[in-house]
Design a protein around this ligand. Sequence first.
Ligand code: HEC
Length: 118
Amino acid sequence: MRRIVPWHLTAIGVASLAATLALTSLSAHSEDVLSPPAQRGYVLLHADCASCHAIGKVDDSPLKIAPPFRTLHLHYPVEDLQEPLAEGIITGHPTMPEFRYDPGQVNDVITYLKSLEH
Ligand code: HEC
């Protein structure tokens, strides 16, 4: 399933997203400046995954058994997720709807996940 999120493609969307990011979850880490691809990845994960997974640096997962994304790299390189993200995630996800991203979106998501590693 692919969702289209046109608002963030507009200049106003990008500006308001940057403002939102600065004011909300990342405010504790204002020294970190996300690159544009990482910001796009954040938007995708926020829309599709944040109802269950923690997607930031310090938050808890809303669904306790869903691993926070910042811990994924402790188990395997996040690049390993490229294929499942493109082909449809995933085993062991009984309650999770299927997601499928196009190559640009996969790249954005991986870039964001890598930004969580430090
Ligand atoms: C409806 C809740 C829900 C949503 C939405 C959800 N997940 Fe999950 N996810 C889970 C649960 C529960 C687990 C743990 C499953 C397990 O351990 O078997 C999990 C585990 C994972 C894992 C770890 C898999 C592994 O074996 O290491 C990844 C990666 C993952 N999810 C990615 C995503 C991505 C990316 C999205 C958004 C596109 C997403 N999830 C959306 C519930 C969800």
